[in-house]
Design a binder for this molecule. Structure first.
Ligand code: SF4
Length: 204
């Protein structure tokens, strides 16, 4: 039977997740550093891809360069500050431990499917407990996990579902050239305007 949805159940789940080292035992990663943040009652739930080296150190999601850009987006989306965005948002990822650097050393590894599969139950359990009003999906992998395959162009700037309302965003890492395109920047602005409206509704 699933646990009753209570703050204590969430804290218990978070404690178990922080202790998780399944992917180390399976030889997928050398060390476990499960990274996520958020508290009971957060109306927004954001799903990213995986932590990077900055997050491995800080154990705070989106604390590197991409995170600063995400914070700026959220202020553009009507949150009064990055702190408010983080207070109102539970932040998780498809893979919660740093997957490692790629061989060329110029980027992070894409989360291996086995790690994403191992990690999925944490995400499912949090969503079940928190039942967020708004699910923000950051980047292609997170979008595909909930909405299936599709282009960013067909997703960003639209919202999906009702409870939760799903709002897809591109990844803020700056590695992708997707936002160099004027039409795509307009799609992002549309998505941020949707988030502004949803934030206002969530705070009523
Ligand atoms: S990536 Fe997820 S499943 Fe794998 S060790 Fe980290 S928390 Fe556990």
């Amino acid at each position: 039977m699933p646990p009753r949805a209570t703050p204590a159940a969430l804290r218990k789940l978070q404690a178990a997740c922080r202790d998780c080292h399944v992917c180390v035992d399976a030889g997928i990663i050398p060390e476990a550093n499960p990274t996520f943040s958020g508290v009971w009652g957060a109306p927004f739930f954001l799903v990213g891809q995986a932590p990077g080296p900055a997050e491995r150190e800080s154990r705070r999601p989106f604390s590197g360069r991409a995170g600063k850009e995400l914070d700026r987006w959220m202020v553009r989306a009507g949150f009064t500050s990055a702190e408010e965005f983080r207070r109102l948002t539970y932040i998780a990822a498809l893979m919660r431990c740093f997957p490692g650097r790629n061989r060329a050393g110029n980027g992070d590894l894409r989360p291996p499917p086995a790690a994403v599969a191992n990690c999925a139950h944490w995400l499912d359990a949090e969503l079940e407990l928190l039942k967020p009003r708004v699910l923000v999906l950051v980047g292609q992998m997170a979008i595909a996990r909930f909405l299936g395959p599709g282009t960013l162009e067909s997703r960003v700037g639209r919202k999906f579902g009702e409870r939760p309302v799903i709002v897809p965003l591109p990844h803020p890492s700056g590695q992708s050239r997707w936002l160099n395109d004027h039409a795509n920047r307009a799609r992002l602005e549309k998505a941020l305007a949707m988030l502004a409206k949803l934030r206002a509704e969530a705070l009523v």
